[in-house]
Design a protein around this ligand. Structure first.
Ligand SMILES: Cc1cc2nc3c(=O)[nH]c(=O)nc-3n(C[C@H](O)[C@H](O)[C@H](O)COP(=O)(O)OP(=O)(O)OC[C@H]3O[C@@H](n4cnc5c(N)ncnc54)[C@H](O)[C@@H]3O)c2cc1C
Length: 413
């Protein structure tokens, strides 16, 4: 008999959800990660269970606005040209998916998956005893210029057509909802079905505790290699060779680095994002507030105000870019009025395939290797449903979601 039924590489929101779902279903699960649970991208994000976020970054506006976006000093999107030249496959495929037809198709697939997001994560929140971390006040999106407010209409209507509920909020009501805003609000929309977490890492820590209490095993080491055979998977980690019925690759943006997993053949890249933390300033907003033109959110985190977001297309290894942080600090003061110096900053790596769809399903080489990565901007939101789908696949059950758009062997454009 194998040492474990399921071995999971990666204890971010996604891997932890896979582990807890499988353990709750009575499997013998090993969770391996060199770092504490929830300390990767899942730590520093915008804390939002963003069930409305079905529109990918791949959008026609990226193609038309690309030169302006990239050369502007204050831009929510930045691109390292050297990185783009070194990764032409990812870059060209990403841009090809910005055309209207693929962008619409991607949005549809994301909306289908997001429709199951709450059903996937709610049982985990309950199992973790973490209901106190969840706040149901929706998300407020605001635009501060008439042109951007007008341009948002097409996106909003697309979301509505895909089943996302939202409500137009007048500028006065927006300022009543969020009196800390100092922007000239030209338009505001409330995504009232969204929720946020006071502290995403705390949720993952509690999920890990629940997992251990149910008999799960943890290894504080990277999975170095996996080798699938007809009967199971050999897992190399921490100088040991372990056996499992199946292995799940959930290493976020680092999922390509596990030998034998076959993930090195996939065009997995990263969209880097940043945050600044201001302790004692959480009262500035009462829910996640996104400023459309600036590309970031102000979020009331348990430890303070978090200004977080933006997209930087650059290498995993490249050092943090101080200009991105300065941009967020500057725009944050414009959004909320003067702020003290931030107490900390953070750079994180969204795992992103060039079509902005995650990979959820078996590897083309063996159904004993299951992939669960590439959740780009919405991995916290989609973590629970991904965990449930992976548990279904590991048991040979037919999932209640069509996973073909998320297959590893799809055409990425
Ligand atoms: C600025 C920013 C804001 C965001 N805001 C939101 C938001 O509001 N809502 C939302 O839903 N999403 C948001 N996201 C996206 C979300 O954070 C990510 O999609 C999600 O955290 C990805 O989770 P993950 O588990 O795949 O990766 P990670 O959290 O990065 O976890 C991967 C784990 O794998 C481990 N690992 C790597 N290699 C190995 C190995 N060989 N063996 C074992 N372990 C390994 C790492 O140590 C890490 O712990 C945001 C992201 C950023 C950067």
């Amino acid at each position: 008999m194998a040492d474990y039924d399921i071995a999971i590489a990666g204890a971010g929101a996604v891997g932890m959800s896979c582990a807890l779902w499988a353990q709750m279903r009575g499997h013998r699960v090993l969770l391996a990660d060199p770092n504490p649970p929830g300390s990767g991208a899942s730590y520093g994000n915008a804390c939002t269970l963003a069930t409305y976020a079905c529109l990918p970054v791949n959008a026609p506006s990226v193609l038309t606005g690309l030169p302006g976006l990239m050369f502007a000093k204050d831009s929510p999107l930045s691109l390292s040209y050297a990185h783009a030249l070194r990764n032409p496959r990812w870059m060209l495929s990403f841009l090809a998916n910005c055309r209207a037809a693929p962008s619409r198709r991607i949005a549809g697939h994301l909306a289908d998956l997001l429709a199951h997001a709450d059903a996937g994560i709610n049982p985990l929140i309950e199992a973790a005893g973490a209901q106190d971390l969840v706040v149901a006040r929706g998300q407020l999106s605001v635009w501060s210029t008439a042109s951007a407010a007008e341009a948002a209409t097409a996106d909003l209507e697309q979301r509505r057509a895909l089943g996302v509920p939202w409500r137009e909020v007048g500028p006065e009501e927006a300022l009543e909802m969020e009196p800390g805003l100092r922007l000239p609000v030209k338009r505001a929309v409330h995504f009232h079905a969204a929720r946020h977490l006071r502290d995403p890492q705390e949720l993952i820590t509690r999920m890990h505790r629940a997992f251990m209490e149910l008999g799960g095993a943890t290894l504080r080491a990277p999975v170095e290699a996996v080798r699938a055979s007809a009967t199971g998977v050999e897992v190399q980690a921490d100088g040991q060779s372990l056996t499992a019925g199946r292995a799940v690759i959930a290493g976020g943006a680092f999922s390509k680095r596990i030998e034998g997993a076959g993930t090195d053949k996939l065009p997995l890249g990263t969209e880097r994002g940043y945050h600044l933390m201001y302790e004692g300033e959480a009262h500035r907003v009462t829910r996640p507030v996104g400023w459309g033109e600036a590309g970031f959110y102000a979020v009331p985190h348990a430890q303070g105000l978090r200004l977080t977001g933006t997209v930087e297309i650059a290498a995993l290894e490249a050092p943090a870019n101080p200009r991105r942080l300065a941009y967020i600090a500057r725009a944050g003061a414009e959004m909320l009025g003067p702020l003290p110096d931030p107490d900390s900053d953070w750079l994180g790596f969204r795992p992103t395939l060039p079509d902005s769809l995650p990979v959820i399903g078996p590897s083309p080489q063996s159904d004993r290797l299951l992939y669960a990565f590439g959740h780009q901007h919405i991995g916290l939101t989609l973590s629970g449903i991904t965990g449930r789908l992976i548990a279904d696949l590991a048991e040979g059950r037919q999932p209640n979601v069509d996973l073909s758009p998320f297959a590893a062997d799809r055409a990425f454009a």
